[in-house]
Design a protein around this ligand. Structure first.
Ligand SMILES: C[S@@+](CC[C@H](N)C(=O)[O-])C[C@H]1O[C@@H](n2cnc3c(N)ncnc32)[C@H](O)[C@@H]1O
Length: 255
């Protein structure tokens, strides 16, 4: 499947379309803190930091320094402009080429990035390389072998098929990480609030701030939004839209 170029269109809409509501951000940071090594401060790598949705909050929670590593210049420029924090530095790099020394980080966050990475074995080795012994990696992803029912699958059935192709399966991925020297701690199912109502959800989706839209046909997109608009009109009492995702927790064992 074609690679997504975040410098082409996504950078213009991503921050608005994918803004994390403050309470959702707090909930995610609490989940990260539950699985992070216990000492403070922690040096953190936000790998594939995008527009920096999580990066400043990681610095608030863990102290830092926090490194946001992102390969696409325009995504990184937006983070540098809008997601600033005294303890945060954004760097050009990728999951397979992190510009940080060996054993320099306590925690690596990989939030919705792994499905863009072609060489998982190289990424696994790179994550292990930059982690200190006892350090942990938190990988938020979907895994086709334990796929949740996401809200947008009801309106855009093609997205499920795309997700099943682009996201890595858990079992082989665990083997890959294990070969690189990263051991499984747990996989936790996390529920994330995306929007306060279906109307709010539809407004955000219409910004098309997801690389998945670039893999649908215009007909599929039109049909999906027609179905979603009908559901919005039928929504009598607005309620939150939530989705399940998986957080994979890995550890570089202490020596
Ligand atoms: C869905 S966005 C997630 C961004 C950020 N982690 C967040 O949650 O807002 C995916 C990000 O992965 C980045 N990306 C794509 N290929 C990558 C790679 N090989 N290594 C690291 N990041 C990559 C994209 O540029 C984009 O910023």
């Amino acid at each position: 499947m074609r690679e997504v170029d975040y410098d082409d269109r996504q950078h213009r809409v991503y921050a608005r379309a994918r803004a994390v509501p403050p309470e959702t951000l707090t909930e995610w940071v609490h989940v990260f803190a539950r699985y992070a090594p216990p000492q403070r401060p922690l040096t953190v790598l936000d790998l594939g930091s995008g527009t920096g949705r999580f990066t400043p909050s990681l610095a608030d929670e863990f102290g830092g320094p926090v490194w946001g590593v992102e390969p696409f210049d325009r995504m990184r420029a937006l983070a540098e402009e809008h997601a600033t924090h005294p303890a945060v530095t954004y760097l050009d790099g990728s999951a397979t080429a992190v510009p940080l020394p060996d054993e320099s980080c306590d925690l690596v966050l990989v939030f919705l990035v792994l499905h863009h990475v072609r060489d998982h074995a190289a990424a696994a080795r790179e994550i292990r390389r930059v982690l200190r012994p006892g350090g942990r990696a938190l990988i938020r992803s979907l895994f086709p072998d334990r796929m949740p029912e996401l809200p947008w699958y009801s309106y855009f059935p093609g997205i499920r098929l795309i997700d099943e192709q682009v996201f890595p399966r858990l079992d082989p991925l665990l083997e890959t990480f294990d070969e690189a020297g990263l051991r499984l701690v747990t996989v936790e199912r996390v529920q994330e609030r995306l929007a306060t109502s279906l109307a709010d959800y539809a407004d955000r989706l219409k910004l098309r701030g997801s690389s998945t839209f670039e893999r649908l046909t215009e007909d599929e997109i039109t049909e999906g939004f027609t179905a979603l608009d009908a559901a919005v009109r039928a929504e009598r009492r607005p309620g939150p839209v939530e989705e399940d995702s998986d957080l994979l927790v890995l550890e570089r064992p202490a020596n």
